[in-house]
Design a protein around this ligand. Sequence first.
Ligand SMILES: O=C(O)COP(=O)(O)O
Ligand SMILES: [Mg+2]
Length: 236
Amino acid sequence: MSAENSLPTAPDGGTIVFDLDGTLVDSIRDLLPALNYTIDTQGLAPIQAEEIGKVVGQGALKMIARAFDLQSKPLTPDLHKELLEVFLAQYGKHTAEHTVFFDGCLPLLDRLEADGWILAVCTNKYAHLAESLLKTLGERHRFKALTGGDTFDFKKPDGRHIAATAALAGGNPSATVMVGDSISDIAGAKDADIPVIAVDFGYTDIPVTDLDPDIVISHFDEFDAALTALVAQRFT
Ligand SMILES: O=C(O)COP(=O)(O)O
Ligand SMILES: [Mg+2]
């Protein structure tokens, strides 16, 4: 095993809570077509891939609202609800057609599991969509808990979403590390006093370096060193 691929021993209840969209999986390959299908029904122009950070991160309802805002189009509450149904039906049929895990992610999950870390997913996506996405990709079994934006009465950037996910997974929130790509994840982790590794290849309109996470990585090959540093700083 190379020096880069060397994880720290998991502390008691050691848990890694991963965000989903833009962190574990490159999901805009399916999210964007479903969003564009939805807004096209109202004559809006398609959202471009470069703009995805401006719309994703707070769940589907917010994504639709942000798409309308971006094009300064009015959106009534009734139309908003109707379009959510259109989006959910469309995305529900095409959740995992083109979506893939980011490079290096699955080997990392293998290493983490082998080294005794508990894995969980904390996403602002609807839980049933996240469940179906991970099941279709054949990787749901790795995660001891999966919570969505609709699982609790609170969601990221509320830190309770992350802490409750770790607890649900049987982990110790005080020995938990969050991994995410956007302000919801980084602000949420800070709110819960949980250390956070940010990935800079996800979906955000604010560069993650500006959000002051503990560590930024640009590829999952850098994860082991990042986790080693965090465990030494925060858990010993
Ligand atoms: O789909 C969204 O808007 C957010 O999803 P995420 O929390 O997994 O990034
Ligand atoms: Mg994300």
